[in-house]
Design a protein around this ligand. Structure first.
Ligand SMILES: Cc1cc2nc3c(=O)[nH]c(=O)nc-3n(C[C@H](O)[C@H](O)[C@H](O)COP(=O)(O)OP(=O)(O)OC[C@H]3O[C@@H](n4cnc5c(N)ncnc54)[C@H](O)[C@@H]3O)c2cc1C
Length: 459
């Protein structure tokens, strides 16, 4: 084997998990080949986090223009030019992509372009070249799932196509009320569409604390976003101008398009993983807490590993694996301390256990909760947002969950994460001084209340 084809680490897949592995490994002095079929940055940068948040920012500006008069600034929304919105979105992606590509090159990671396949436990074959790694990291990411018999095409689309639309739907049906579905519903509503969400589970954003789900549903209803929960999709027909969707309870809806947002599956088929003996479960790659697969020297990171499918989890896992391979013995990542954000209007942000989850873990009588209403928070009133911070505490123990809803609460999740990860007690946080007037202060006020000394809170 020629020396130029042997590396300390070969990473298959250049998304959040894969490129984070490569960058950290290179920082630690290892030689790295990063195999990517498309563009480094993966789903998050090109088809996920970044483009959706750019659309959500444009949507927020549209709403602000509509509602300026509420604060005496008499703006009107003239029009939304989706071509220009898409250009702005592409500009953001492009700048980040160039920066990332520059980082990869500067750290002397060898970026190998092409479709890779694991042909031996230590070898990835790409474009006729065999790359041998002393360690191999699988990071091939995920794809948008559909339902059996529900074909994607034309006006029936996933987030991949929805992100490249060059027209704004006048009406849209969103199948799936999870994060991705609710973010698109929020954007299209702000762009003027009639939106209906269909969710089989009892609530929108169903993984969140029930109090948050209910507040979120009230907020969406107030925005004129329609939704049916606890009912299953039954079928769709489309023609040149519309889709016709019907549900198992025989209700039917017509719209310009159907967005299928029913989750993401692991992109692991036909990549040689099974042939090389990698243990899998329904397409996901199984690992231990140190992200080692059952095959010696083979690791996995990102969306192909069962758990939260989030970019920052991929980054953290990538850094972890590089350090693990370098022998630094990093502390395992605690999945329960990974923050989750839905960036719609309103935003939802949470970390740790929901009230129901905490009760299941510790028993009904061993959990206390506290809700601090944003009504008492000056900055939230300035922004005209409603919502709350909910704390879930193990009785006489630390706070094990923080759940928030309201404009911009995603920006508050950093402190919430520290609180849960460091197992903070009410007095630990209540004694910290939070700047006034910030929304962050609402977290401090919630802790003051939980510590028995509420300030701007009604009993
Ligand atoms: C619409 C949408 C919005 C999202 N918003 C957020 C958000 O706001 N915040 C958040 O944290 N997460 C968000 N996510 C999730 C986030 O994008 C993923 O969790 C993250 O991208 C997973 O990283 P990954 O490295 O596992 O995989 P990916 O990012 O999917 O990267 C995998 C890479 O591997 C490459 N690849 C696959 N197979 C091969 C092969 N055989 N050979 C060569 N290359 C290959 C692919 O081309 C791809 O570039 C969103 C996802 C979507 C779809």
């Amino acid at each position: 084997m020629a020396e130029e084809n042997v590396f300390d680490i070969v990473v298959l897949g250049g998304g959040s998990g894969g490129y984070a592995t490569a960058l950290r490994a290179a920082e630690l002095g290892m030689s790295v080949a990063l195999v990517e079929a498309d563009k480094v940055g993966g789903t998050c940068l090109h088809r996920g986090c970044i483009p959706t948040k750019a659309l959500l920012h444009a949507a927020e500006l549209a709403d602000d223009a509509r509602h300026g008069a509420a604060v005496g600034v008499h703006t009107t929304l003239d029009r939304i030019d989706i071509g220009e919105v898409n250009q702005y979105k592409a500009g953001v992606i492009d700048r980040l992509y160039k920066g990332l590509a520059g980082l990869v090159a500067a750290r002397k990671v060898e970026l190998v372009t092409g479709w890779g396949r694991l042909v031996a436990p230590d070898t990835v074959m790409v474009a006729g070249r065999q790359l041998v790694g002393r360690s191999v990291v699988l990071a091939t990411g995920s794809y948008a799932r559909s339902l059996p018999g529900l074909d994607i095409g034309g006006r029936v689309m996933t987030s991949d196509q929805a992100l490249t639309l060059d027209w704004i739907p006048k009406s849209a049906i969103v199948l799936g009320g999870g994060v991705i579905g609710c973010e698109f519903a929020s954007v299209w509503r702000s762009f003027g569409a009639d939106v209906t969400i269909i969710e089989a589970l009892p609530h929108l954003v169903p993984n969140e604390d029930e109090a948050v789900c209910k507040a979120f549903e009230r907020a969406f209803r107030k925005r004129g976003i329609a939704f049916s929960t606890g009912v299953r999709f039954a079928g769709v027909e489309q023609n040149d101008s519309s889709v016709h969707v019907w549900l198992e309870d025989s209700r039917a809806f017509d719209a310009d398009l159907l967005l299928v947002a029913v989750g993401r599956g692991p992109a692991t088929a036909d990549l040689g993983y099974e042939e090389q003996g990698v243990a899998m479960d329904r397409g996901f790659v199984l690992t231990d807490e140190r992200l080692r697969t059952n095959v010696d020297g083979v690791y996995a990171v990102g969306d192909i590993v069962p758990g939260l499918q989030l970019a920052h989890r991929g980054f953290a896992q990538g850094i972890f694996v590089a350090e693990q391979i370098a022998g630094l013995e990093p502390a395992p990542i605690v999945e329960a301390t990974i923050p989750r954000v839905t960036y719609s209007t309103p935003e939802v942000a949470s970390v740790g256990l929901t009230e129901a989850g905490a009760k299941a873990a510790f028993g009904d009588d061993n959990v206390t909760t506290l809700e601090y209403n944003l009504g008492g928070n000056g900055k939230s009133q300035i922004l005209g947002t409603q919502g709350f911070v909910k704390l879930v505490r193990r009785a006489d123990g630390p706070v094990v969950g923080v759940h928030m809803i309201g404009a911009r609460v995603g920006e508050l999740v950093g402190e919430a994460q520290l609180i849960v990860a460091w197992e903070a007690y009410p007095d630990d946080v209540a004694s910290l001084v939070h700047a006034h007037p910030t929304q962050n202060e609402a977290v401090g006020e919630a802790f003051l209340a939980l510590a028995g000394k509420p300030l701007h809170a009604h009993a």
